[in-house]
Design a protein around this ligand. Structure first.
Ligand SMILES: Nc1ncnc2c1ncn2[C@@H]1O[C@H](COP(=O)(O)OP(=O)(O)OP(=O)(O)O)[C@@H](O)[C@H]1O
Length: 595
């Protein structure tokens, strides 16, 4: 019931459909009760006294009742269907909205397959129950009440004797519910584990194949599939035990009625018509009891699914706007970023960053260098408010970013990550992803700056080429260039290049950087790179080691010092013969000076 109460906001808005559906079902059920009475009338008042002239009227009444009942049933289905679908629609949207608001911290642990199954299979169970199951349970109660009252009005002693087995039916049904609910919960979990395995396998298909781990994947899937099968078999066993018990007890009622009712008819204490009517009415009680298992099953599935959907809807959002969050816009933001003694740890981990101090005046270029895991990306994540900073603060133009509207803050930042995600859409749409109302010329201009235009034009459909979710058919460097164009078109105050040119050759990287310089003049840029060549023109280069800043300064200053920067420099340029290294550096400098 708690699940029903918590989901009220979704179905209460559609209460007109809920009530109409219930009302129509009640009418259909009440009309069903007319049959036994017509039967009783036919036997006792028409066939008995031989008044056969009443038969046509009786037949027409039956046709009328059947037609009306059919209409009521149709309307019940119609309204129930509307109700279920509308509720599912609202919930699906609410879940999707929630997925958009959940912070990075949630997604660090979330499993795609599990989320997918909540949005599909669980919603389906809820749709079924709200649309039909709920009304059916109510109808079941009504049938028992209506049928019981009619039976009592015909012969109360016979009613009580016949219904003596009903408590047994109720007891069996409740036991069934107790066993089947945990079974269903496990089944849903097993299903979501199964979907997760499939989803991860498809997403990581290249890795699986490259490592020839197909057999391992198959056996991993088989284990999960077997767990699901075991759950299904377990649930089927519970069902299998339940049905014979119910059938036995239900038929016991019919036997009691036949024996007791038959004796009463022989003794003339009960009319034959009444007995026949009684015999149809008893199924008004037994029928619902029969379906009780099905309805309980429906309800438990709904409850298990409802719990999982509510679990997601009630999930804590770590990063959200404060009450008086300030909206910033491209016109007002200058782009002066400061990290004031920021120390940050991921949940249950030792600090990823310790006492970070950075001052990036508007329009400056800050480079980050450091071994993998030294905290470079974490700095960027914190600036984008992917996580909340608890120790120290980050300011944008002097305003603590915790007091800024998260969406408006992120709109000022355009990131390009090492791993590029392309949507299953045209290249044009992928480039225009972050902006509204963009012209084809702007898209082309951004692509030219990102050195993507030429290879795009070589594709058969040019900018209209559809790329798959993993950027099917494009090389790593080509995908990165599309991502760079996507960032450039956003025209942001702050540009972040997180190892953004790692997949392109040095020459193209230099050309891309030339494009950046043109566009980024006056905008703050953070560059994370492993290549000295990508960082050498930065206003300040920050060298990180295990979350600590170990060196900072310009390229010239850092090369002149002993330390990790110079070591990296020596390693990277040691690959070239001395005179070649000098010419590469010179060539880069020449290009840089022409910008
Ligand atoms: N989402 C996360 N959840 C928990 N720990 C994380 C998460 N992201 C990073 N870390 C940890 O924080 C530390 C810093 O990671 P970070 O990604 O910032 O390093 P990095 O310098 O960018 O490395 P790389 O050059 O390999 O990208 C690492 O120890 C890493 O394991």
């Amino acid at each position: 019931m708690d699940v029903l109460r918590q989901l009220k906001a979704f179905y209460w808005a559609e209460r007109k459909f809920l009530f109409s559906s219930i009302l129509c079902l009640m009418c259909a059920t009440a009309l069903g009760l007319v049959y036994p009475n017509l039967l009783r009338y036919l036997i006792d008042d028409v066939i008995g006294p031989r008044k056969f002239e009443l038969v046509p009227a009786l037949a027409f009444t039956v046709v009328g009742v059947v037609t009306f009942k059919g209409c009521m049933q149709f309307l019940h289905g119609f309204f129930g269907g509307r109700l279920g679908n509308r509720v599912a629609f609202r919930m699906r949207n609410a879940l999707y909205d929630k997925l958009q608001t959940l912070s990075f911290q949630y997604y660090d642990k979330a499993k795609t397959g599990d989320l997918m199954s909540r949005l599909t299979a669980d919603l389906e169970a809820i749709r079924n129950f709200i649309g039909f199951g709920f009304a059916q349970i109510l109808n079941m109660v009504l049938m028992v009440v209506f049928g019981g009252v009619m039976m009592l009005s015909i012969h109360w002693q016979l009613t009580l004797i016949t219904l003596v087995t009903i408590p047994l039916l109720g007891f069996a049904a409740i036991r069934f519910e107790r066993n089947i609910h945990p079974a269903f919960r496990e089944m849903r979990q097993a299903m979501s584990n199964l979907t997760t395995a499939v989803q991860e396998n498809i997403t990581g298909v290249r890795t699986v194949k490259s490592f020839a781990r197909e057999t391992h994947e198959v056996s991993k899937f088989s284990v999960r599939s077997e767990a699901y099968q075991t759950n299904q078999v377990g649930a089927a066993k519970i069902w299998a035990k339940f049905f014979p018990v119910m059938e036995l007890v239900a038929n016991l009622s019919a036997v009691i009625l036949l024996v007791t009712g038959g004796i009463l008819v022989i003794n003339n204490s009960l009319k034959l018509g009444e007995f026949v009517a009684f015999f149809s009415l008893i199924w008004y009680i037994i029928g619902p009891m029969w379906g009780l298992g099905f309805h309980i099953n429906n309800y438990t599935q709904f409850k298990a699914s409802g719990e999982r959907v509510l679990g997601l809807l009630n999930e804590h959002v770590h990063v959200k706007n404060t009450e008086h969050a300030v909206e910033v816009t491209g016109e007002t933001v200058k782009g002066h970023v400061r990290f004031n003694h920021v120390t940050f740890s991921y949940p249950d981990k030792s600090p990823a960053l310790t006492d970070i101090v950075i001052d990036a005046p508007a329009g400056s270029v800050i480079g980050f260098l450091g071994a993998t895991g030294s905290g470079k990306s974490t700095i960027i994540q914190l600036l984008m408010r992917a996580y909340n900073v608890k120790h120290g603060s980050i300011t944008l133009d002097g305003m603590d970013i915790r007091n800024l509207d998260v969406g408006s803050l992120r709109r000022q930042i355009a990131p390009v990550f090492q791993e590029t995600f392309l949507f299953s859409a045209s290249i044009r749409d992928n480039i225009a992803y972050g902006v509204r109302d963009v012209t084809p010329e702007q898209i082309e201009y951004a692509a030219k700056l990102a050195k993507a235009h030429d290879f795009i034009m070589e594709l058969p459909l040019g900018y209209d080429t559809i790329v798959g979710e993993r950027g099917m058919g494009l090389s790593g460097g080509q995908k990165q260039r599309i991502a760079i164009a996507r960032a450039l078109i956003k025209n942001p105050r702050i540009l972040i290049l997180d190892d953004a040119t790692s997949a392109v050759d040095m020459e193209t990287e230099h050309e891309i950087q030339a494009g950046f310089k043109e566009l980024m003049a006056g905008r703050t840029t953070f560059i994370i790179a492993h290549r000295i060549s990508s960082l050498r023109h930065a206003d300040e280069i920050i060298v990180l080691d295990k979350g600590h800043i170990v060196q900072r300064g310009t390229h010239a200053e850092l090369v002149a010092q002993n330390g990790p920067y110079r070591e990296t420099y020596n390693i990277q340029y040691a690959d070239y013969p001395l005179d070649e290294a000098a010419s590469i550096v010179k060539a880069h400098d020449r290009k840089g000076s022409t910008l």
